[in-house]
Design a protein around this ligand. Structure first.
Ligand SMILES: Cc1cc2nc3c(=O)[nH]c(=O)nc-3n(C[C@H](O)[C@H](O)[C@H](O)COP(=O)(O)OP(=O)(O)OC[C@H]3O[C@@H](n4cnc5c(N)ncnc54)[C@H](O)[C@@H]3O)c2cc1C
Length: 351
């Protein structure tokens, strides 16, 4: 019998699988390519919310775990996935500059917000009120990470590329059985796909569609990420990701014309040189009602678990909470209440 079945191999499923590998657990992953959030993500790791200059939820702790986690994966997969990239926030007023200085005075933010404002970072990106630099930021190449992790699991016979059919899952007292595969427990990591999971779709999962365009510009020659009304993230070879959008009404997985126009208008206001749109991608971020991850044990079936609700910050959140979930399952270490899915039992779960 296996120790685990894992459903889904986005950032959540990779982090869970990695925690299982660390403990020499026997497992198999099911993956059907139905969701694209992790694949299309910008992959930025940035502890600061650049709208308000506040620290993102638990970001300080998450950074300490996430960066070594991805470095270890780089070594394991023999692939480059971690890229230090500086992020510059364009200011729109003197008031914004003041808010930046005020934020930089706060204990946890001071190590991330540079108080030496920069007048010019690139001749094609003018800014009347300069730029502020965020320290310790970068990009995880989620596309390479996912492809390489899938290959790794495939070479070790630990993944099946097919849809997990919930109706075929048999839940027993101390095990689960799925089409002849028996395991002690199962962890669902389906992102927004969880809406089809009859065991966990009572949870208040909120989809938030995000889209990027990719532009090509020979003139731009930008090596940093810049945050204005949108992000521009360098990809190399004169290509840049521009985005992302946020839309909690549209759950159509396909890229939309509206988003493309919106992003094109925004990038035209940010850069002064010529560019061409060469690609567009979309994914649905799996968010929760209270914007915190949702993980833990099913209220009725003790060998069913879920690890979801990473919203727009899966890169930093997944390494930390995956460890918390596996320690909860294996060592009975309680999950922090703010991420434990039990917080929704009273209002959302009907036995
Ligand atoms: C445009 C965009 C930009 C983003 N940028 C960033 C960023 O810069 N930094 C950041 O930290 N986060 C970013 N995010 C958010 C980040 O992508 C998410 O937080 C994260 O990817 C969620 O990971 P997940 O594994 O929970 O879900 P997903 O990535 O959706 O993965 C779920 C996986 O489960 C599989 N699956 C689902 N159902 C089944 C089934 N029944 N059987 C088999 N397999 C199944 C799916 O195919 C998928 O591979 C961005 C998101 C978007 C859309």
């Amino acid at each position: 019998m296996l120790d685990y079945i894992v459903v889904g191999l986005g950032l959540s499923g990779i982090a869970i699988s990695q925690r299982l590998e660390d403990r020499n657990k026997k497992f198999v992953v099911f993956e059907d390519n139905s969701q694209k959030s992790s694949l299309v993500a910008g992959g930025l790791f940035n502890p600061v919310i650049l709208k308000r200059f506040t620290l993102a939820w638990n970001a300080n702790e998450q950074m300490k775990i996430a960066i070594p986690f991805y470095k270890e994966l780089e070594a394991k997969l023999q692939a480059k996935i971690v890229y230090p990239v500086e992020i510059y926030r364009k200011f729109f007023s003197a008031e914004e500059q003041n808010n930046w200085f005020e934020a930089a005075d706060k204990p946890l933010l001071s190590e991330y917000l540079d108080t030496n404002l920069v007048k010019e970072i690139n001749p094609n990106i003018p800014s009347e009120f300069s730029f502020g630099r965020v320290r310790q930021t970068g990009v995880i190449d989620t596309d390479v990470l996912i492809k390489e992790y899938r290959n790794y699991l495939k070479n070790n016979n630990k993944i099946q590329f097919e849809r997990f059919d919930y109706s075929a899952l048999q839940v027993n007292e101390d095990s689960v059985n799925y089409n002849g595969v028996s395991a002690k427990q199962i962890v669902f990591c389906e992102g927004f796909g969880m809406q089809h999971n009859p065991f966990f779709n009572y949870l208040p999962l909120r989809g938030n569609k995000g889209e990027y365009i990719t532009i090509y510009s020979e003139e731009l020659k930008l090596e940093e990420a810049v945050k204005s009304s949108v992000f521009i993230i360098p990809l190399g070879n004169n290509l840049y990701k521009v985005g992302a959008t946020y839309n909690n009404k549209d759950t159509d997985p396909q890229p939309s014309k509206t988003a493309r126009e919106d992003l094109e208008n925004k990038i035209k206001k940010l850069i002064t040189c010529k560019f061409e749109v060469v690609d567009q991608s979309a994914g649905i971020r799996p968010a929760s009602k209270d914007r915190k991850p949702m993980l833990g044990r099913h209220p009725k079936y003790k060998n069913l678990y879920c690890c979801n609700g990473f919203g727009s910050r899966g890169v930093l959140i997944s390494p930390m909470v995956s460890e918390q979930l596996i320690r909860f399952i294996e060592e009975n270490v309680q999950l922090p209440q703010e991420i434990d899915l039990q917080r929704f039992n009273k209002k959302h779960y009907k036995a």
